[in-house]
Design a protein. Structure first.
Length: 249
């Protein structure tokens, strides 16, 4: 991993994580964003270094090349989105429309096609940071709002679950996080890999049944019969889905 390149200004500056296997592009962006525009930059060459950097630092935005060696930028974008809502600006090869669409569907905020003008990328970065700043307060407020579904209530501020009678149901930390992942994405099929990414930040192996076990425990606590589950449904060959309308209050 390359060392973080920082400006000498004492005022807070956006910290950008640049992920690109092209050293010239990494050096160009570091010089351009740091020396001319007083941002902080950490530049890495692949997904492995990006994961390590992300775990050890605090970033405001990721500039991500989708054509990485080894683990692809699309896979890394999926992992990043499972970890946080950090803004992502993709770098894509000219004409790679499919990758661009997949990246945007995964939650990337914007894209720039290679070859690119650094000033265009800077404009995209600033625009995305502005949008992110505008939504931070609203997102924080939404994250603390109670979520009601099928008579049950999740209270994020207290990390607790109430049954339809208002009594608290004891959940482990893992069970609570799993339920939040399902409720936040109600009526959307979540594969085991997606759930593992959201909960633990790793891909599931072909025989990894940790999610299945956790779902079974959660169903019991939600009084959702596993053989005829109506709330957390199994999608054959797909994963799981919370089949309920969620209201936030």
């Amino acid at each position: 991993m390359e060392s973080a390149i920082c400006n000498g200004d004492m005022e807070p500056a956006p910290h950008i994580l640049v992920v690109d296997d092209d050293r010239e592009i990494r050096d160009l962006l570091a010089r351009f964003l740091v020396e001319k525009h007083q941002m902080r930059v950490t530049a890495v060459r692949d997904a492995r270094e990006a994961r390590r950097a992300f775990a050890n630092g605090h970033y405001h935005l990721v500039v991500l090349d989708l054509m990485l060696p080894g683990e692809s930028g699309i896979d890394l974008a999926r992992w990043l989105r499972g970890q946080s809502d950090i803004p992502i600006v993709m770098l894509t090869a000219m004409g790679e429309e499919t990758d661009r669409i997949i990246g945007l569907e995964l939650g990337a905020d914007d894209y720039v096609s290679k070859p690119f003008n650094p000033r265009e990328l800077l404009a995209r970065i600033r625009a995305v940071l502005r949008r992110a700043g505008d939504t931070v307060e609203r997102r924080s407020e939404a994250n603390n709002r109670n979520m009601r579904f099928a008579g049950w209530t999740l209270e994020p501020a207290r990390r607790r679950l109430l049954n339809p009678d208002g009594a608290e149901v004891a959940l482990t930390g893992g069970e609570y996080d799993l339920l939040v992942a399902l409720v936040d994405r109600a009526n959307r099929v979540l594969t085991r890999d997606m759930l593992l990414d959201l909960l633990r930040g790793r891909q599931a192996g072909p025989f990894d049944r940790a999610i299945d076990v956790a779902i079974s425990r959660l169903r019991r606590k939600l009084e959702d019969d596993g053989r005829n589950a109506q709330l957390i449904k199994t999608v054959r060959g797909g994963g799981y889905v919370l089949a309920a309308t969620v209201e936030r209050a």
